[in-house]
Write a protein that binds this ligand. Sequence first.
Ligand SMILES: [Zn+2]
Length: 451
Amino acid sequence: MDNIQEFRRWKGPSPNEFSFLLNNKKITGKTGWDVLNVSENIVGESKIHQIVLSGISEINKGLEITISYVVYPNLPIIRKKIDFKNTGLGELKIESLDVESLNIPWGSTHNIIYQNYGRYKNIGPFLGNWDDPLIIAHDPVFGHGIVVGNEAPGVLKRISVCLDGRTLDAGLTHSDQNYAFRKWLNPGENWKSTWVFTGLYSNKNPREIVDGPVREFVRKYMGIRLAAIPERPTFVYNTWKPFRRDVNEKLIFELADAAADCGVEEFIIDDGWQIGFGDWEIDYGKFLNGLKPVFDYIKSKGMKPGLWLSMGAASTDSKVFKEHPEWFAKYKDGKFVNLQNEKGDRFSACFTTGWKDYIKDKILNLVEGNGLEYVKLDFAIVASAYRYGGDVSGCYAENHSHKDRQESFLEIYRGAWQMFDELHKEAPNLFIDCTFETMGELQIIMDYHCF
Ligand SMILES: [Zn+2]
């Protein structure tokens, strides 16, 4: 197509379709785009509709985007992402990305939001955060609405409804927020956004779409691994309560007997099995024969053996910290930082560095050498669940692959997810338990990436 087209999809009043800041200028579906290509492909049971747009105005030229809409058989759900490509000669900065930007046909006065995965009711304008992997925007007058799922990881989620007229936006944190998302694109570089999914309903009861189509979409099409496991553990015992770090071989044998008698299916040895943080070497003072005989005993009792590990922290006296200080996150003063808490005896590593492969190999060694089947991955990697204000978060290091601290937020999460993927590939039976501390805020228990 050689004629200039204005890209529109929604029939409501003036929808943006998407929105972001490009080198500090606001770009939307109405900024001015050439349609380069429109395609439709069937992948498995789903169909992917793609539209490729090229920026033609002063403020978006040099940028090409591909919007993907995925639809599923007999489900009122659309999954959407945007791929970015820098086709120009200069560096591009992307911020405040709303992957979805729609208008809803009702106003804020009777806008009902079921927030926090649809659990709490809110009336009026709404700004959602990390607690909102899913919201329902409901119009009680006509008994219809829209369900919105935000697949952005951890603290990077943002959804808003009726903050400004009748808009509904979903995607990544904006530049004026804590944990503000940012992505830098060099000429020729590509980048894929996180996903957002939406679904419409008109059957009065807003819970029905969550309990029906959304559940089916998450289970069948989102690709979460938990759905593929036929039997999921219900009863898990963890030694942290009440023994804290005071664990040893004798105690674990006794506890394993008792736990098996109680019907426990997974037995997790929490902090205290190791010496310090970072090297993840067994404390042979506590476990004279190592962990293998302990794990074998737990298995003989019909339970899966698990271990706690702080996936991003290392003690200042650890071998890894001394040998690879370049893998560690920095604070704005240029010093190493402990993202988890204020203890000065340990620092946080950055998952955009060689640390990712290092910690993966440590976990794989525990799987292969000792028969580990469950790993509880804990402690902050992006932000702390116990510090407020967002100041101590992300990584300011100037020699990592992220250009600045704001770019580090998503890159660190993506590094961690990549490690999970690689672990699953190399140890398919390993159960990975990623805690809310790792996700970055207190009690983030519902995030599609946890599963
Ligand atoms: Zn870093």
